[in-house]
Design a protein around this ligand. Sequence first.
Ligand SMILES: [Zn+2]
Length: 490
Amino acid sequence: MRLLAKFGIALAGVASLLVAVIAVRTATDRAPAAVDAAQVSLATALPLDLERAAQHLAEAVRIRTVSHQDAGINDGREWERLHAWLQATYPAAHAVMTRERVAGHTLVYTWPGTDPARQPIVLMAHHDVVPVTPGTEGDWRHPPFDGAIAEDAVWGRGAVDNKGSLVALFESLEALAASGFLPAASIIVVSGHDEEAGGSGAAAAANLLQKRGVEAEFVLDEGLAVVADFPLLGRPVALIGIAEKGYATLAVTAPAAGGHSSAPPRETGVETLARAVLAITSQAFPLRFDGPAADMVRALAPDAGLVVRMAVANEWLFAPLLVRQIAATPAGAASLHTTIAPTMLRGSPKENVLPQDATAWINYRIAPGQTSAQVLERARAATRGLDVTLDWVHPPSEPVPASSTQSRGWRTIAAAAAASGEWPVAPGLVTATTDSRRMTGVSRDIYRFQAIVASMREFEMIHGTNERLTLDNLRRLSDFYSRLIATAAR
Ligand SMILES: [Zn+2]
């Protein structure tokens, strides 16, 4: 009895100490200086003729630079048309920049700076678009390649991804060139022609820049944006991608004897394959509160409610709770680990034929900090004892590690993002792939941000139906680029 009472008092003591520690930590936790963009003195945005810019984006949308999975069926003349259109539409920008073409149709522009000691900046926006899924054309409120300007938006495939960025970038370059702006640092613009089909153009551009010894201060590409209904805060948050997940697809093949399905062996190739796929997916990578996704939550905590602030200030205690909260949605979970997604299957060509071999394709998105070799090793361990072969379908893309949130480049981009509206800015992880992953040899600091605001629901229009860029977003994008360029290159 006495022992129990003593134990109870001790427990109460520990509990009150815990409460005190949590309270003190919550009260003293400060936002990382990393996201404090207030010290940067931004150049003002140049005036923009919004109606004209919208016309320009509509014209760009009408040029069908559609990247098919099989590049052989792409219509190269459309790329030529787009290049000629850029040249004709932005004469002042083209007068101050040199233009080169690599890998067929990828464009590399250089606006030489006046100070050779300064590191160049690299701005990227690809100009190919994904196809419209056959059969869905009629679902569009305005046809996908008409370039309609209606309901305060420019409609069509590529309006956001990524011709919106390309046009806004050139509107700013044109205005800067026309205003007599002389950059101290060189400005390099890379516009990939096949981002949606592998990004060989961006790879060739990176190669060219590396051969020239270009060590850029930063690279900025698409990737994240301002999320209007960010779950953690329930209001807009500007997310700048500081890292990018890797990409790899594993073919799992079960060899089998084949034959007539009326006399099957004890186990067919399909069954072996099914067991192998389940063995691999049952070994999910553990969810962890670390890396860019954790940095994002930490950066936003000061703007969040007490519960989130308390949990973040006391990660030592609440990390499992944070993981559970974030992983409640598939997108949230994807930011905390390497994902494993079986996507395609192949067995025999006919229902009464036993397969001679059966194959499953498993798509991985590799979290920063891990490698494709570790992923393969885990799959091998999971399928040990099963008669299957494992092969990468194409060379894996390794994850791109996190860029600095202390650099001058980060501070300038974060300040320009903050100036685009009333929202906090935070670093984030890009779970898809972008052309910028090719630029790791060109700069240590790669950022991924498009200065547009949309809800989680609205972002589904990218690669989907009714893709459109609102005129407000077109202005925001253009102002963002002109502030950023005039500040970073001055
Ligand atoms: Zn894109």
